[in-house]
Ligand binder design. Structure first.
Ligand code: NIG
Ligand code: FE
Length: 421
């Protein structure tokens, strides 16, 4: 059993406290700041959140006391969409894009998802874990303490399961909480060229049941886009995932409006991710069906495009918007949520408060973890970050600056463990 931890003297304690539901509209702007705040943590859980004075009055001999020194303390960020596990790199894609090649042209010429697939298939589990560990530290150093992580670069049953085992091992090391997602339907591998239906059948009949049996994923995901997978494939996945007890997340409307939002609504997906090209009627369908939009501005930037999702219209429609990094080697090589949230403000018209809410409380709810993480409140897991800042907005306004000095998961400091290789 861990002893009691007291954190005192947080210049701004940004709690994000509030009703235990996803935040919408005005509630997205209430971040619950306690000036000069503090809290107690017992057995990895916040037990008392108040002003620093109130905490100091209750300190007993034997408590461990951390003085935040007037700095900002916030919940750890929750990154609800990443492709953190991969081998190889996409530097050639990066250069080709600079020279004007499109996502489709790059894929045709040997780059894209299939090139990461080739590298990932050739890489053993231990090496893949070492690579993922290194990248999870990049995220942690940006203040992330929980991340959803997708498979999707293996594209055989064995290689998808290998990726999911790596995600599980990484979560067990407790550097960052990991939420695993099966993305077998990410791209068609070359050996199934011309037989998409055979590939989908293999992934749904052979891979997914075993993934579920071994509890290797909580969610299933699919890339619905021309040249990738179709609405029919998504329908088959939705049915199978439901039967196996997995929730559904979907990559939709990234390159064009293909009615992906309405499809996600019809299939009862938990989230519809990307949504760069989603129309007003698509947004209405999400709101009607209670599908959570997960917006990924880093991928718009990473692809050198300028069409961002319409976050303002989504907030006005009453949707509990989530913003995530989409961290991956190709379309979104940025692992930083603060940088991504800065983009959400500058390019998608979100206020800093809305952006912060989207990547903490709302992101946690979108993963089914709203009762566990995402805010500093009694009863929640003590995942928090001390930022080297006096005002929490510094973390996103001065984007690119590394502000976390100490990160804690379950009340235990993880920064030192993670800051060296
Ligand atoms: O979310 N859109 C599909 N999947 C990823 C891209 C992955 C990659 O390019 O490697 C995305 O942007
Ligand atoms: Fe993605």
């Amino acid at each position: 059993m861990l002893g009691r931890l007291a954190v005192v003297n947080a210049g701004e304690l940004v709690t994000l406290r509030g009703p235990q539901v996803p935040r919408t509209r005005e509630a997205m702007r209430e971040v619950g700041i306690v000036a000069s705040g503090g809290f107690f943590v017992e057995d990895g859980v916040f037990t008392f959140v108040a002003t620093s004075n109130e905490v100091e009055d209750r300190i007993e001999p034997g408590d461990t006391v951390v003085d935040a020194g007037g700095r900002v303390v916030m919940p750890g960020f929750v990154d609800a969409h990443t492709h953190l596990v991969f081998a190889g790199d996409r530097f050639r894609d990066f250069e080709w894009r600079a020279l004007g090649k499109s996502y489709a042209e790059i894929a045709q010429e040997g780059g894209g998802i299939r090139s990461t697939m080739r590298a990932t298939r050739l890489t053993g589990e231990d090496e893949l874990l070492a690579l993922a560990r290194k990248r999870s530290r990049w995220m942690m150093r940006c203040g992330t303490t929980t991340a959803e992580v997708k498979s999707g670069y293996g594209l055989t049953k064995a290689d998808e399961m290998k990726m999911l085992r790596v995600i599980r091992s990484l979560g067990e090391e407790a550097a960052i909480n990991m939420v695993p997602t099966f993305l077998g339907l990410h791209a068609l591998p070359p050996e199934f060229e011309g037989d998409r239906s055979g590939y989908v059948e293999m992934m749904l009949d052979e891979a997914l049941p075993q993934v579920a049996a071994e509890n290797l994923a909580h969610w299933a995901d699919i890339f619905v886009e021309e040249g990738y997978f179709s609405p029919d494939d998504a329908e088959r996945l939705a049915e199978r995932a439901k039967n196996l007890g997995l929730g559904l997340r979907m990559h939709v409307d990234q390159m064009q409006d293909s009615g992906g939002a309405a499809l996600a609504a019809r299939l009862g997906a938990a989230t519809a991710d990307h949504l760069e090209f989603t129309s007003e009627s698509g947004i209405a369908a999400l709101a009607e069906a209670g599908v959570v939009p997960v917006l990924l501005p880093g991928s718009v930037l990473g692809l050198g495009k300028n069409r961002y999702p319409n976050a303002r219209a989504m907030i006005e429609a009453g949707l509990p918007v989530v913003v995530a990094t989409d961290f991956n080697p190709g379309s979104s090589p940025c692992p930083s949520l603060p940088t991504t949230l800065s983009l959400a403000c500058t390019m998608m018209g979100m206020t800093p408060e809305e952006a912060l809410t989207s990547a903490t409380v709302n992101a946690a709810h979108s993963l089914g973890l709203g009762h566990e993480v995402g805010s500093i409140e009694e009863g929640k897991r003590a995942d928090f970050v001390i930022h080297d800042a006096e005002d929490w907005r510094e973390t996103l306004v001065y984007s690119g600056r590394e502000t976390p000095s100490d990160a804690y998961i379950d009340g235990r400091e993880i920064t030192r463990r993670c800051s060296t290789r």
